[in-house]
Design a protein around this ligand. Sequence first.
Ligand SMILES: *Cc1c(COP(=O)(O)O)cnc(C)c1O
Length: 365
Amino acid sequence: MIPMNDFKSEPEALKSLEQDALKRVMASGWYILGPEVQAFEHSWAQYCGVHEAVGVGNGMDAIEIGLRACGIGNGDEVITTAMTAFATVMAILRAGASPVLADIDPATGLLGLDSVKRCLSNRTKAVLLVHLYGHISRMEDWVDFCEANKIVLLEDCAQAHLATWQGRPAGSFGRFGAYSFYPTKNLGAKGDGGALVTNCPSVAEKARSLRNYGQTIRYHHPMEGLNSRLDELQAALLSVRLNWLKDWTSRRREIARMYYKGILHPNIRLLQPPMEPENHVYHLFVILTEERDRLALYLKEEGVDCLSHYPVPIHYQEPCRGLKRDPQGLQYVEVHAMQCLSIPCHPQLSNADVNRVIKVINAFR
Ligand SMILES: *Cc1c(COP(=O)(O)O)cnc(C)c1O
């Protein structure tokens, strides 16, 4: 089976450096919020082109902590997409704010500006963009829109490590950017991990308290916080893996190029490619067809693994059925959910693997 991810076949040089890092932390006697976390936060902030990164427990907490650090909560509306990981919306709910679901641009799967305009109300506090599948697009439009409407721009960058728009990295446009280091993400740990990145010193400072029970000085808790800390083992592993991230990203782009060139099927549509190669890091490569379920079965029979991101739109999830949404509905999200299929796109794929995937897809009848 050509798998969706393959960590076991990562380079031996990487594995050996990971072992060294593990041994170093084990021997250090310090396991939560220490020098490894600080070092990784420093590097990650640099990669993201921001002043500060705050390591947290996971990507969902990064969003919740970010919202709370920005003072967004009870009574505030946050507009976001109905085509995203459940965690995006769950984090808004956890922060006490009200998600408002907008439709996508069917060409890219990304949040649609016209739909967001229809979702605006006098309670709107923020737009939470999701750089879905690793694609960052038209950031000046979002920055201008948020400025004009006096609302805050926020970024869910959980799928967009190293994606840039006109040279600026994902996470550097919004009040904060939220990253996940879940193992399958483009930069993944060996467990849960996340980070909030920001240029705003007060947001960073408040996030540092919130991740640690709301503590400011030791044993002083002026606010209710979470327990959501990045640990030293994960941070040490992430610092090692960070040295491979650029190469991995190039390889993902190469694979995507092969798919764009090779997949030619009358009943299969590809998403609109990015304006510039740097705008997409291909966390996922998604194809669309009306015969999605039959294609998925066929691919698996032929030894090609696949998944759908995401087969159930947010507004069909039990806790979200009553959420406010675009008054014109979420039609494009619903069609996308029925048609989308993610095919293998990870750095360990060989050209032979990629060509096999293309051949199998093109032979679908
Ligand atoms: C993975 C992901 C999250 C959540 O990250 P976790 O680390 O799993 O909590 C949030 N948003 C998006 C778009 C994701 O892909």
